[in-house]
Design a protein around this ligand. Structure first.
Ligand code: AQP
Length: 334
C-alpha cells in the first residue's frame, strides 16, 4: 500500500463559474484535511463534458478552478491539485468499473434523472456513466474521506457499493471511502427558487452568487432574494428563502440559528438581506484578490498542474495496475 496517511479526495467540475454553494458545501471544507491527510483535489474536466461545453470556456475555467482552489486556501505544497484529463488512469479504471456496475443502479441516480431532463437533446452515455467515472476518481487514490455537498452523497454511496462488490470478488483491492458532508452549507439553495439547489449552470444569474462576484453584485443579488410574506427572521418550515439566507449567514459567521434570530429581532428582511450580502462579500473579498493575482501567472498554474499530475499519476498507476493484475490482464512490464 502506498499510503502512510489517510487520504482525502474531492473534485469540482469546470462547468461554469463557481458558486457559494460549491464554496460552502465543498471547497471551504477541503483545507481541514491538508495537515493530517494526503489530499487530492481534482478539476474534473472529463465530468464536465457530459454536458456540451464551449472548448475555449472549458479551457479558461480549468485554469480558473485550479486558481480558485489555491485562492480558497489550498496550498499546492500540501495538497495534490491536478486536472482529471492529465491522469489517464481515471478513464481506464472507469471502464473496468462500468463492468461491475448495474444498469439499474445507474438509472436510479438522481443527478442522471435531473440532468437528462434538463439536457433532453443530449442524453449521452457519459451522463449515464458519470457515477462510475466518479467511483474511479475516488477509488484510484485509496480514499478514506470524500468532502462533498449533499447532492453528491448518492454517488459516493454507489462508489462504496462498487468497491464492496469488487473487493468481495478480488479481496483487499480498494479502501472503502466515507462521504463527509458539512453540517451547515451542505445544500445551498437558489436565491430565486429556494426549493432548488444553487447550481453554477443555472441560466438565471440572479439566482446564483458566484465566488468571484464583486461586492455590489453580491449585495444586489441578496437584496433580490426570494423570501416570504412573513417579516420575522426565524428558521422554520415553509420559510425556505429565509432558511437558506440564515444558513449562508451562519456558514460565513459561525453563528447558530438562535443567535441569528436574536440579532435580527425587531428588524425587517431588508436589514437581514443587507447583512447577509455584506458578510458574504467581505468573506469572499480576499479570495477574489488572491484569484486575480494567480490568474496573471499562467506559468505558475501550469507548474502546479504538472506537479499535481505527476504525484496523482504515481498513485493512480499503482492502483490501476493492482486492479489489472487481479482481473487477469497480462502485464508485460513496459
Ligand atoms: N448548492 C450547493 N450547496 C452545497 N454544495 C454544493 N455543491 C454543488 N452545489 C452545491 C458541491 O460542490 C462540489 C462540486 O460540485 P460539481 O462541480 O461536481 O458539480 P455539481 O454538484 O453538479 O455542482 P453544480 O454547481 O450544480 O454544477 P452544475 O451546474 O455544472 O451541475 C460537490 O461536492 C457538490 O456537492
Amino acid at each position: 500500500m502506498f499510503k502512510d496517511k489517510l487520504v482525502s479526495y474531492s473534485g469540482v467540475q469546470p462547468s461554469g463559474n463557481l458558486t457559494i454553494g460549491n464554496y460552502l458545501g465543498a471547497i471551504k471544507n477541503f483545507s481541514a484535511y491538508s495537515d493530517k491527510y494526503m489530499c487530492f483535489y481534482c478539476v474534473v474536466d472529463e465530468h464536465a463534458i457530459t454536458v456540451r461545453q464551449v472548448p475555449a470556456d472549458l479551457r479558461r475555467r480549468t485554469y480558473e478552478t485550479l486558481a480558485l482552489y489555491i485562492a480558497c486556501g489550498l496550498d499546492p505544497e500540501k495538497n495534490t491539485l491536478y486536472v482529471q484529463s492529465h491522469v489517464h488512469e481515471h478513464a481506464e479504471l472507469a471502464w473496468i468499473l462500468n463492468c461491475f456496475t448495474g444498469f439499474g443502479e445507474l438509472s436510479r441516480m438522481t443527478q442522471f434523472k435531473d440532468k437528462s431532463a434538463k439536457h433532453a437533446d443530449n442524453v449521452n452515455a457519459g451522463l449515464f456513466t458519470y457515477p462510475t467515472l466518479m467511483a474511479s476518481d475516488i477509488l484510484l487514490y485509496q480514499t478514506d474521506v470524500v468532502p462533498i455537498g449533499v447532492d453528491q452523497k448518492q454517488h459516493v454511496e454507489l462508489t462504496r457499493n462498487i468497491a464492496e462488490r469488487f473487493n468481495q470478488l478480488y479481496p483487499d483491492t480498494f479502501t472503502m471511502p466515507e462521504p463527509i458532508i458539512a453540517k451547515s452549507g451542505k445544500k445551498i439553495m437558489s436565491l430565486a427558487d429556494p426549493t432548488k439547489k444553487m447550481s453554477k449552470s443555472d441560466e438565471n444569474t440572479n439566482a446564483v452568487v458566484y465566488i468571484l462576484d464583486d461586492k455590489d453584485t453580491v449585495i444586489r443579488k441578496f437584496k433580490r432574494a426570494v423570501t416570504d410574506s412573513d417579516t420575522c427572521v426565524r428558521f422554520a418550515d415553509g420559510k425556505d428563502g429565509i432558511n437558506n439566507l440564515m444558513t449562508i449567514y451562519s456558514c460565513f459567521t459561525g453563528k447558530e440559528f438562535d443567535e441569528i434570530e436574536r440579532e435580527f429581532e425587531g428588524k425587517g428582511y431588508g436589514d437581514f438581506k443587507l447583512a447577509v450580502g455584506e458578510t458574504c462579500a467581505d468573506a469572499l473579498a480576499p479570495v477574489r484578490a488572491k484569484f486575480d493575482e494567480l490568474l496573471k501567472d499562467k506559468a505558475y498554474l501550469e507548474e502546479v498542474m504538472k506537479n499535481g499530475a505527476e504525484t496523482a499519476s504515481y498513485v493512480a498507476r499503482r492502483t490501476l495496475s493492482k486492479v489489472q493484475k487481479k482481473l487477469g490482464f497480462v502485464q508485460i512490464g513496459r
